[in-house]
Design a protein around this ligand. Sequence first.
Ligand code: B4P
Length: 207
Amino acid sequence: MHNIVLFGPPGAGKGTQSQKLIAKYNLVHLSTGDLLRAQIAEGTELGLQAKKLMDEGLLVPDEVVIGMIGNALQRNTQAAGFIFDGFPRTVAQAESLDQLLAQHGTGVACMIALEVGEEELVTRLLERGKTSGRPDDQDETKIRRRVTVYNTETAQVAGYYAAQHKFHALNGIGEIDDIFQQICTLIDQHKAAQPEAPAEATQEVKA
Ligand code: B4P
């Protein structure tokens, strides 16, 4: 398995680049934001509780997202690998991810971080908020709170992977296709160092 953590602040381009990467590398896309929004859409108890936190720009409790990722890994044991998008967001989540992947005989190959400054993030998310319908994209105060939460609670996850020599940072400002090419170069370097069996089919996460 070739497992990649795509990292960065809200609006850095994680979701955007993930869509392109799963098509090219035949990986399963695991976005905790998408999994949580699916729970909200289904009106589950978990979704109702998560919505209150997400709408305020706060993180959902670790045990909730770790449980969702554990279930998703169980449902996709035949995957060629995963792109983790928006997860892990805390060191506790990173430690749990290592444990979960170890149970499947695999681990994180690398973390790729997209670096974008706060004003650009706010501009992008307010623009997305015009059409996304996401309450967390429509209020500048909440967007800035998400960036603050990233800086105080999430940014330290980079150090966790740097200590394992798995951390790579890229400039997330520029043309989407140019950034995609830079990410592909990094992934190809990792794949060349750790060759995997050929993949079989493009996969989206199973609900
Ligand atoms: P997410 O769904 O992960 O939301 P996000 O970080 O805002 O999205 P992303 O960063 O992928 O957006 P993208 O850049 O692609 O999380 C939402 C909420 O869920 C969190 O606030 C939290 O409450 C909760 N949550 C999720 N995971 C959690 C976890 N693990 N633990 C606890 N809570 C969790 O896109 C942004 C916009 O930028 C798009 O419109 C795109 O078109 C544009 N864009 C992208 N690249 C660009 C570029 N190069 N140039 C110009 N525009 C670009």
